[in-house]
Design a protein around this ligand. Structure first.
Ligand code: SAH
Length: 350
């Protein structure tokens, strides 16, 4: 039988598991603390918990471990890009960034991705599998251990579509913000999605205070379909409707991500279409010079085009920033490290 990931059980579920195996409730507190405060990923570390309880638990559960495979450190800004091996051999990436307001970790939610966005490297080989909540947390714990530093912000913007891994995402959010664990403020968490409308609506019902980021990248259905297959499933009108409701329910301003691609979506007409699309919505637009991905013919917009695009939005009182590119020298674009590792691995296997 495949064992389950103990680190993926939110506190209440862990308590049920522990009492089911005859343990007292406070043992669940101890075990939870070991995994989510002390960063233990091994039953043997839990020295204050009776051995027979641990051995019973270990018949059904294990802790899905992450092994640091490589870390690349940017000489420019200290950004660290990690490649972790999962217990079944799948590889995922996570990124550590230092900002003035604190340290930030970018977490992957799936090994690979099925969404097929044309400019994204993570999706080229499709999705291997969803990550468990514990594996999402494990990326943060692993980076904390490696750097010895505190993490104050988490963005679910690595490989994968978090809202396609919805149940695990919710457990991850609950545990990350649980006072019994890292106790991250919901306001310091961002979840980025290509726009699964039903799931955005489901998420809004939780009324979490997290930031929802929408990968928009185009302001008309026609242009968006050319970049993102998901646009065939959800027209922009529906997506923006869900965003408006999200704001109504949560009071949280939406972030729109817009990767500027030369000649594709970066003209003043494009900016105008974007303005019309999001008019009257409490939001923020994050402009990102697209990261060129090998094998895909997309180029970054010229500086002038970027500034003109930004000005156009600002003139219309839209809140806009140009995202600083972190770690340009260490495989910036999403999914590139994982792909390079896979290629290297295949080469060395030959
Ligand atoms: N699936 C989620 C989260 C992962 S992608 C989503 O779509 O939001 C994280 C962000 O990186 C998204 O905004 C995505 O569109 C963007 N991205 C992917 N490849 C990129 C590239 N080559 N250049 C710039 N941004 C990219």
């Amino acid at each position: 039988m495949m064992k389950k990931d103990l680190r993926s059980l939110p506190y209440e579920q862990l308590k049920n598991a522990v009492t089911e195996f005859g343990g007292q409730k406070y043992r669940a507190d101890q075990i939870y603390r070991w995994m989510h405060v002390q960063g233990a990923d091994d039953f043997d570390a839990m020295t204050n918990v009776p051995k027979d309880l641990l051995s019973k638990l270990s018949e059904t559960y294990e802790i899905f471990r992450l092994k640091k495979e490589t870390v690349q450190i940017s000489q420019i800004d200290g950004t660290r890009k990690y490649l972790f091996a999962l217990h079944d051999g799948n590889m995922i990436e996570s990124v550590f960034m230092r900002y003035e307001h604190g340290n930030s970790v970018c977490v992957s939610s799936q090994a690979g991705c099925n969404m097929g966005c044309r400019f994204c490297a993570s999706t080229i080989d499709g999705k291997a599998r969803d990550l468990t909540a514990g594996e999402m947390l494990g990326q943060i714990y692993g980076i904390m251990e490696d750097t010895g530093e505190k993490i104050s912000n988490v963005v679910v913007m690595g490989s994968g579509e978090p809202l396609e891994n919805y149940v695990n995402l919710i457990a991850f959010i609950e545990m990350l913000t649980d006072e019994k664990g890292l106790h991250l403020s919901q306001r310091n968490l961002t979840v980025s999605t290509c726009g699964l409308v039903e799931k955005i609506r489901e998420l809004s019902a939780h009324a979490y205070q997290l930031t929802l980021a929408i990968s928009l990248h185009a302001a008309t259905d026609e242009k968006r379909k050319a970049l993102m297959p998901i646009a065939n499933r959800y027209p922009l009108a529906e997506l923006i409707g869900a965003c408006r409701d999200y704001f109504e329910k949560t009071g949280r301003r939406i972030t729109f991500e817009y990767a500027l691609i030369k000649g594709e979506n970066d003209t003043e007409e494009d900016a105008q279409a974007l303005r019309d699309l999001i008019a009257g919505l409490n939001c923020h637009v994050n402009l990102i010079p697209v990261n060129p991905v090998p094998g895909r013919n997309y180029h970054q917009s010229e500086k002038n085009a970027v500034l003109a695009f930004k000005n156009k939005l600002e003139k219309n009182h839209i809140n806009v920033t140009i995202r600083r590119e972190m770690g340009r020298d260490i495989d910036g674009a999403c999914g590139q490290l994982r792909r390079r590792f896979a290629a290297h691995f295949q080469e060395t296997q030959l």
